[in-house]
Design a protein around this ligand. Structure first.
Ligand code: ADP
Length: 473
């Protein structure tokens, strides 16, 4: 079976969040099941730099009048997984991120950048690339949302929602510039409150829709979380399924992680204490072995509940906790967190930016990982935390609800779950964590339980295999 996996990012070529982990993790797991899965993504400079075994590329012409385009075949470093890089220098060859420039402003031609990704994916589906043609197109998030529309049902397609909040909304005239007729500007097409929604195209024109957890699949069918697309999602409920994302334990495992100060296992946790000490030292925190150290690795946005954490800081310190946060995002959150850390440098450290190594070191060195998200399609950091014996403090929403079991559930407990998206809710859960932390034997038992959880990609890959098979019947 051959699958083309279209996404705007894939680890380790380019990553801003969980999508990149999924875009490399799922195809790798599918390959383990004998599927020929190839990833297609834009040839951003960093992706071109890091990709291995690049060929000369084949010419795709200038499909959107945006510049000459080539399709380069290459491989991911380490895993060797095959990738196709859509090389259109006029759209992608510039410094900055996949979505924003160095100042954090959205690229003004994002509609073209991602329409071209979608168009190239559809062209590979219909014309092939180097003689390779997939059986199924698997498009991800709004960046690849137009692909099922361009494809015009030439092949079966799956569309996965990683986050319904980001929809790729553009002006009506965009349709023409991405080679689509105005007839698509209807309620049953891609029109969304007077704009064009690339996300809606994916939802409307794909054969199957998935999202990254069963709870989120239910949530987005309601007005509170559906971001205006709940009606469409509810109407397509018969083809909508939630499949929980997985973890690449080759990268995220305290027993072999090279980024952390010492390796450890559930049976030998000495190394975890060393990871904590080393993290405290690196971040300038007081080197207190017994102060519960809370970690957070996150985009600093409203979704992630950063304001909830900010409101809870006094209480966090009152409980004797330390806090190590890594992330970037909205300037107001970056500066509020940084000022709080500057005011209490022995108790709180904030690293603003993107730092893969520090992300691993926080997962290993912290005692608890905070995930106070308002909504969370799947969430990966809590899955990593479980494997590192760092008990998640998580809101009961989306994939968090599907992966963290509150300690009140007895033997099954792996963390501290709370319902209200408020600082009181968060503090209540942290408080319960601190109480348990004071009982080392009980803490160890829950830690052990957390580390035993298996969220590997294999399970998700099997579910996707059945889905693809259904489409090919
Ligand atoms: P989202 O995709 O909504 O940002 P997820 O929890 O699904 O959230 O995935 C986040 C991924 O990005 C994880 O792999 C996490 O470790 C990583 N990450 C987030 N912020 C940073 C950062 N500042 N530095 C390094 N890794 C980060």
């Amino acid at each position: 079976m051959k699958i083309l996996f279209a996404a705007s990012e894939a680890y380790p070529l380019v990553k801003t969040g969980g999508l990149a982990d999924a875009a490399s993790g799922l195809p790798a797991a599918l390959a383990g099941l004998g599927v020929d899965a190839r990833i297609i993504l834009p040839a951003y400079p960093e992706a071109l730099d890091k990709a291995q075994a690049k060929d000369q590329g084949v010419a795709l012409g200038d499909p959107l009048d945006a510049g000459e385009t080539r399709l380069i075949s290459a491989r991911l470093p380490d895993s060797g997984a095959p990738v196709l890089l859509v090389d259109c220098p006029s759209l992608y060859d510039r410094p900055g991120g996949p979505y924003v420039d160095a100042k954090g402003h959205l690229w003004p031609d994002n509609h073209l950048r991602f329409a071209l990704l979608s168009k190239a994916a559809a062209m590979v589906c219909t014309d092939g690339a180097n003689g390779w043609r997939p059986d199924v197109l698997h498009a991800n998030d709004w960046h690849a949302g137009l692909a099922p529309l361009y494809l015009k049902q030439a092949l079966p397609s799956v569309f996965t929602v990683h986050n319904i909040h980001y929809q790729g909304l553009f002006e009506r005239k965009t349709l023409q510039s991405v080679g689509l007729g105005d007839e698509h500007f209807t309620v049953n097409g891609v029109e969304y409150y007077g704009k064009v929604s690339f996300m809606k195209a994916g939802l409307q024109f794909s054969d199957r829709i998935t999202t990254v957890s069963p709870t989120y699949a239910r949530e987005i069918q309601g007005p509170e979380m559906g971001e205006g697309l709940h009606g469409l999602l509810a109407a397509r409920a018969d083809v909508l399924k939630g499949v929980l994302n997985g973890v690449d334990y080759g990268l995220w495992s305290p027993a072999k992680d090279k980024a952390i100060a010492a390796n450890y296992t559930a049976g030998r946790l000495k190394g975890k204490a060393e990871c904590k000490r080393s993290l405290q030292r690196q971040l300038g925190l007081a080197e207190l072995a017994d102060a519960p150290l809370l970690g957070m690795v996150s985009r600093f946005t409203n979704q992630k509940g950063v304001d909830i954490l900010l409101d809870a800081l006094k209480g966090v310190f009152g409980l004797g906790c330390q806090l190590a946060a890594l992330g970037s995002g909205e300037a107001r959150f970056e500066s509020a967190l940084s000022s709080a850390a500057a005011a209490s440098p022995k108790r709180m450290a904030v690293a603003v930016g993107y730092d893969e190594t520090l992300a691993h070191r926080i997962q290993a060195g912290a005692d608890m990982l905070l995930v106070p998200s308002r909504f969370e399609p799947c969430g990966l950091t809590q899955l990593y935390a479980l494997k590192y014996g760092t008990l998640p403090v998580a809101r009961r929403t989306g994939g968090l609800a599907d992966s963290v079991v509150d300690v009140s559930k007895g033997e099954a407990g792996t963390g501290f779950v709370f319902d209200e998206a408020t600082s009181e809710g968060l503090l209540g859960a942290i408080g319960r964590g601190v109480e348990l932390y004071k009982q080392p034997k009980d803490w160890r038992r829950v830690q052990n339980n957390a580390m035993k959880q298996d969220f590997s990609w294999r399970k998700a890959a099997r579910e996707y295999m059945s889905l693809y098979k259904e489409l090919l019947l």
